[in-house]
Design a binder for this molecule. Structure first.
Ligand code: AMP
Ligand code: ZN
Length: 474
């Protein structure tokens, strides 16, 4: 009997950083998952270390979707901070112009890597009122205080401070304050919620005086705006556990009095020679760097996807070459099956069918075990070998082929590494591409964004090359 195999929802388990153990996943609402993922700061092109984390999130949501959940994901775009302001000043453009370029680039990179677009991608600068409201509540509840036009969160008013990262609140030096958004202090400090205006920086009016929000409050305000006080999952790279996520918990729970996030999932770093890939170390590749060297984004997707997210991954160019071969094997298998003629003369498909079903089940069960993709891919290639043998010996009957088709649907839905070439571009798409280009030349970025979104909805992205914009299938 063909058995539709999806891992039952009550068997899916993930490692929860908050609980420091693996737990069965059970969302607040049946069949619906609310997920918040910290997004990029759009001051430059994202590097592939960042994309390791975004691809982990993509695998997570694709797997949950395959298992029958509707996933609603919010990913913020940080379009105001020290780095974006410095970049805009350096280039002599407005902050909006400067960040629009890197937001576009980020969305294009997501599409090239087959990363599903989150349902909501709010910009920080569009959510300042929500942040101000939250800060006002925190002041009213005496969890925050004003000082010289800035506002700080007073960490010793939140007795659970440290519950995610394991930091000890006793290490807080009374009165110590930190203005910088990114810090790695063992001596814990009050952190900034609102920064008083500085000369030469954009600012917003607020009840505390002109200024701009700190980074941490951004994610609390934007997640709660969409999901309310409590939601299911929050994801990010391991560097965000402290201080960013610790601070998010403190200010959110202090504000609402309710638990903030139920499952925290963190992706380990992409490394280069044992060190974190990062802008500040200069040891990074952007996706564009690698494409310019002739690498295919789908092979890069596979490389970043194919290692378990809770283990560090060392990046090498040979790793991309190996991934390319794996992608080719998957694509060759799919093509072969699409044109394979079934053997209608087989009366009993029992054994063959059962083996294919078992491979499919093993693939899903591995992912249900804290996204064990390494095991899932081992099962996938085992299945490819077994099914190819059946095809060589003409043992694939009609029902077995149906099961294989479902298996391929599952690979496409979760792994998403199909490579297709020579696609013809319809006129309607060309017109949208030309319209977007014209809008950009006229610096009408809102219209350019609108047309880009329309293109994405229709399944296309635009690659901006030296020879002008080139549309590509998503
Ligand atoms: P950022 O733009 O620096 O805030 O980073 C965006 C996302 O990428 C965050 O979730 C970071 O934790 C993650 N990230 C940054 N560097 C790496 C790395 N080398 N490997 C994996 N994830 C990273
Ligand atoms: Zn965040």
């Amino acid at each position: 009997m063909v058995r539709e195999h999806k891992t039952p929802m009550n068997k899916i388990a993930f490692f929860n950083t908050l609980k420091k153990r693996q737990e069965i996943f059970s969302p607040l609402k049946k069949n619906r998952v609310t997920m918040y993922s910290c997004g990029p700061t759009v001051y430059d092109y994202a590097h592939i270390g960042n994309f390791r984390t975004y691809i982990f999130q993509d695998l997570l949501r694709r797997f949950l979707e395959y298992c029958g959940y509707t996933v609603i994901q919010v990913m913020n775009i940080t379009d105001v901070d020290d780095k974006t302001i410095a970049g805009a000043n350096r280039e002599g453009v407005t902050l909006a112009e400067y960040t629009a370029k890197y937001t576009d680039a980020f969305l294009e990179d997501l599409a090239r890597l087959n990363i599903e677009r989150p349902e909501h991608m709010p910009r920080a600068t569009e959510s300042i009122d929500d942040m101000i409201t939250m800060i006002q509540t925190l002041i009213k509840k005496k969890h925050a205080y004003e000082s010289n036009g800035s506002v700080y969160f007073k960490i010793d008013t939140f007795k659970h401070y440290g519950k995610l990262s394991g930091k000890d609140l006793a290490m807080n030096i009374q009165g110590a304050r930190i203005d910088s958004d990114e810090y790695e202090k063992d001596n814990l400090s009050d952190f900034v919620l609102w920064k008083a205006k500085k000369e030469g920086e954009p600012s917003w009016e607020s009840p505390f005086g002109p200024g701009r929000p700190g980074w941490h409050i951004e994610c609390s305000a934007m997640s709660m705006k969409e999901f309310g006080a409590t939601f299911d999952m929050h994801t990010g790279g391991e560097d965000l556990i402290f201080p960013h996520h610790e601070n998010e918990i403190a200010q959110s729970e202090a504000c609402t009095g309710k638990p903030f996030v139920r499952y925290w999932l963190h992706c380990k770093f992409l490394l280069v020679d044992g060190e974190k890939m990062s802008k500040s170390k200069g040891n990074f590749y952007t996706l564009r760097d690698l494409i310019a060297k002739g690498h295919d984004p789908i092979s890069i997707r596979y490389l970043l996807l194919s290692h378990n997210y809770r283990q560090p991954l060392n990046f090498t160019l040979e790793g991309i070459e190996q991934s390319k071969k794996a992608v080719q094997r998957i694509n060759e298998f799919i093509k072969r099956m699409e044109s394979h003629k079934v053997n209608n003369a087989i009366s009993d498909e029992g054994d063959v069918l059962e083996r294919v079903t078992a491979c499919k089940a093993a693939f899903c069960d591995a992912l249900a075990d804290d996204l064990n993709i390494a095991e899932a891919l081992a099962q996938l290639f085992n299945a490819v070998r077994i099914i190819n043998n059946f095809a060589d010996t003409n043992q694939i009957g009609k029902r077995t082929m149906q099961e294989i088709e479902e298996f391929i649907t599952m690979i496409d839905a979760i792994i998403a590494v199909r490579t297709e070439h020579d696609v013809e571009v319809p006129n309607e798409i060309l017109e949208l591409v030309n319209g977007r280009q014209k809008a950009r030349q006229e610096r009408n970025f809102a219209e350019a964004d609108r047309l880009r979104d329309l293109l994405t909805q229709k399944g296309w992205i635009v690659k901006d090359t030296k020879d002008g914009p080139v549309p590509e299938r998503l």
